[in-house]
Design a protein. Sequence first.
Length: 142
Amino acid sequence: MEARISIITLGVIDLERSFRFYKEGLGFPTQGKLEDGIIFFQTSGTRLGLYPLDKLAEDVSPQINAERSGFPGFTLAHNTRTKEEVDRVLQLAEKAGGVVVKPPQMVFWGGYSGYFTDQDGYYWEVAWAEFWEFNKDGSLVV
C-alpha cells in the first residue's frame, strides 16, 4: 500500500450549508453540485469530501449510530506560509459561519496556531511555523 490519503470525507448534517461554508465562505474550489449528493473539493494533495452524515454512517455499516456528540477524536489542519495568514484564515472561517474555539497564539512547539469549527463541529487547526517548508504544490514537507 502506498502511504497516501486520497480523500477525507466529512459526514455533515446539512449538505447545502456545508457546501456554502467551504465553497463560498472559505473559497475551496469544486466542480461538484449539490444535486450530486456528495461534494469533492480540490485541495493540494488530499481531496475533501462532504457527504450526509446518516448516509456515510450507513455506507460504513448499518449498525453505526450516526449521532455525534463531543470531540470527534481528530482534527484537520491548514498550514500557512506566514504567521499573518493564520489570522486571516481564522477571520475568514468566522465570517463564513465557523466558530473560532482557540484564538491564534504562540504555542509550545514553536509555532503560531488557532482552531475553528465548521457548522458540523469538525475542528480545523490553522498553523504556521518558521521552520516549515512547502512543496511547489502547497503540500507541507514533513
